[in-house]
Design a protein around this ligand. Structure first.
Ligand code: SDX
Length: 428
């Protein structure tokens, strides 16, 4: 018998099992709490609640550790690619050359949209937010490819994953092209994943866009670093939807909606807006930091802080180095990067942030890299979604493959009015 946790409720002792993960994380298994005690737990924001056991990603927030299927993010960033890492995250092991070739071929074969899908873009206003288009069109994809609804074994799941990962690029680029009044660009058969996306974003009928190796490398790295991140808001949303046995596309479409918020994936936009506001307003970094500390109008230091990391987000360190390298290679002088550096320096030496364990997160530098690539700000969170797709697919698969899986259905403590009755309108 493993460890147990003993609690006393209304004078009655109860025992619950303690479980331990492979990284020595410990949890009290309260799956029988309500049936045995009549009590439930309450944990606003789920800061202390595990919704599942998972074998995909491990984060140690105190040590600033991030591993995909046990492999440190630093090693993958240095030695792997987004597509290889995506396959690792989804299927739990590094792909063989045969796996790699098969998946890469599927990504290329599935990069085009059904011509009828393109008609949907004509219906959106040019100022439609690309995240609204992305979530809608991911669901629409499954209407054009009903085979993905039946994805069940590894082979059919791999195909559905390739369809989704490949077409999400084409949808994103098509949303951008529609917003700038340019014709949607077809994917090319000879280009790799990141390069094909950049081609669809920036090529024109009269001139092909050829990304420099530095830009393609930076985009590959950006996507790899975003591939998964444990039970964050959008991934938990995907699992919630997947637990009802909804298909992969419907579940990931829900993930896009959750990611949109400025506290989550929308933070990379909010960081640039914050840096631009400081730059355009001629506000000194010290003045801005003071606003944040005074919590003026809820002003936050966007790109800082994290529910899990109480240390540097390892991804922000890698992205900062990549941003420095890319700007140097492209000979781009971005004043916002300088402001970002000054802000980080000011915050990291200020007890207000240090005492609250607020450090730069993945979003703090990612906007700088995306800007340098020429990606428009309203596409930043879309880029995050493209990178996070493997993680959402992996979590959908983990739910799908669990024979003991149950639909997610949290409880609540009711605090509303009691014992009310209907009254006729004239008496209200
Ligand atoms: C992502 O979960 C994931 O893994 C997400 C993600 C992923 O890969 O999926 O890592 C991606 O979403 C990164 C986070 C991006 N968001 C931002 O950069 C927005 C700014 N950050 C904050 O909104 C905040 O830090 C959160 C939302 C990230 C975390 O919020 P928590 O854990 O609920 O923290 P909290 O609100 O309880 O804050 C604790 C204290 C408070 O001050 P006091 O009440 O103690 O005085 O810290 C303060 C907060 O006011 N605080 C900040 C702050 N973040 C927290 N103060 C200023 N600036 C900030 N950014």
């Amino acid at each position: 018998m493993g460890d147990t946790c003993r609690i006393e409720l209304d004078g009655t002792p109860f025992e619950f099992p303690v479980i331990e993960g492979t990284e020595n994380e410990r949890a009290i298994d309260i799956s029988k709490l309500r049936s045995e005690t009549g009590y439930i737990t309450l944990d606003g924001g789920y800061g202390n609640t595990g919704s599942c056991t998972s074998a995909i990603t491990f984060i140690d927030g105190d040590q600033g550790i991030l591993r995909y299927r046990g492999i440190p993010i630093e090693e993958l960033a240095e030695k792997s690619s987004f597509i290889e890492t995506a396959w690792l995250v989804i299927f739990g092991k590094l792909p063989t050359q045969a796996d790699r070739d098969r998946f890469a071929t599927m990504l290329t074969e599935h990069s085009m949209l059904d011509e009828n899908m393109k008609k949907h873009f004509d219906g959106y206003p040019t100022n439609a937010h690309p995240m609204a288009i992305l979530s809608a069109m991911i669901n629409t994809l499954s209407a054009h490819d009903p085979e993905v609804w039946e994805a069940d074994d590894d082979e059919s799941i791999e195909r559905a994953a390739a369809v989704l990962m490949s077409k999400v690029r084409t949808i994103a680029a098509a949303a951008y092209k529609s917003s700038v009044g340019e014709p949607i660009v077809y994917p090319r058969y000879d280009l790799r994943y990141a390069e094909n996306f950049l081609h669809m974003m920036f090529s024109k009928p009269y001139k092909d866009y050829e990304p420099t190796p530095a830009v393609a490398k930076a985009l590959n790295l950006f996507l790899l670093l975003h591939a998964d991140h444990e039970q964050n808001c959008s991934t938990s949303t995907v699992r919630m939807v997947a637990s009802s046995e909804a298909n992969m596309f419907a579940s990931c479409s829900a993930g896009v909606c959750a990611l949109w918020g400025p506290l989550h994936g929308g933070a990379n936009v909010a960081v640039i807006e914050m840096l631009q506001q400081i730059h355009d307003g001629g506000i000194s970094v010290d003045e801005y930091v003071k606003k944040v500390k005074n919590k003026e109008d809820g002003v936050k230091l966007m790109g800082f802080g994290h529910r899990v990391y109480r240390n540097f987000d390892p991804r922000s360190k890698i992205l900062k180095a990549a941003a420095d390298d890319m700007l140097k290679e492209l000979d781009i002088h971005d004043p916002l990067l300088e402001i970002a550096g000054e802000l980080a320096e000011a915050a990291l030496s200020d007890d207000y942030f240090v005492s609250r364990k607020l450090y730069p997160n993945v979003d703090f530098y990612s906007g700088i890299i995306l800007r340098a690539m020429g990606i428009p700000v309203n596409m930043f969170t879309v880029m995050f979604a493209i990178g996070r797709m493997p993680g959402w697919i992996a979590n959908w698969k983990e739910i799908h493959d669990d024979p003991k899986g149950r639909i997610y259905r949290p409880r609540q403590i009711y605090v509303g009015p009691t014992d009310q009755h209907w009254v006729p309108r004239e008496e209200r």
